[in-house]
Design a protein around this ligand. Sequence first.
Ligand code: ASP
Length: 204
Amino acid sequence: MQHSPHVMMVGDGAEQFAKEQGLDIVDPSYFYTKERWQGLQKARALDSLATQLDHDEQSSIPEVYKDYKYGTVGAVAVDRAGNLAAATSTGGMTNKRYGRVGDAPITGAGNYADNKTVAVSCTGWGEFFIRAVAAYDVAARIQYGGATLKEAAEATIKKVEDLGGDGGLIAINQQGEVAMPFNTAGMYRGTIKADGTVDIQIYK
Ligand code: ASP
């Protein structure tokens, strides 16, 4: 982020830049997990073109894997100076096409933070979060529409749903208010405050 003027780099160029910056480079086999490999084979056997999300009811991910709920991880935070930050990490969808880009790395789609409004991290069917420009949509509703954090976050998930998508998001503002709406059966989520108070939830 600090060592080039760019916002986004991909593929070979990104790899080259990472090497130049002295980042640890590992063999692709480092990222192999048996569960994911089996999930992919199962999905392919069902339908070579069908994609699946971790939270899909009919997901091909083995039960044992679901129990650990590894998958997309998002975090949003506000520090004592009022700086907002958002992060999203995902493996994307099982059986996606080679070259498919999801919402997570796209600023404004799966992830967005602006001290003036809100920090947002999304999870779900990325294609719809991209179409809805979901993370930025939350900020725009607050900044231009005068919505509260809760109203904005819920309206954005409704927008994703109306387009045919599903998923959820987590959002926080400078006041430390939090909204975590979703339209799936559940979304593993939690908050921690400066005094250490923890709140963890799964279903609605
Ligand atoms: N949003 C991610 C993607 O579409 C997947 C997920 O959140 O589970 O790549």
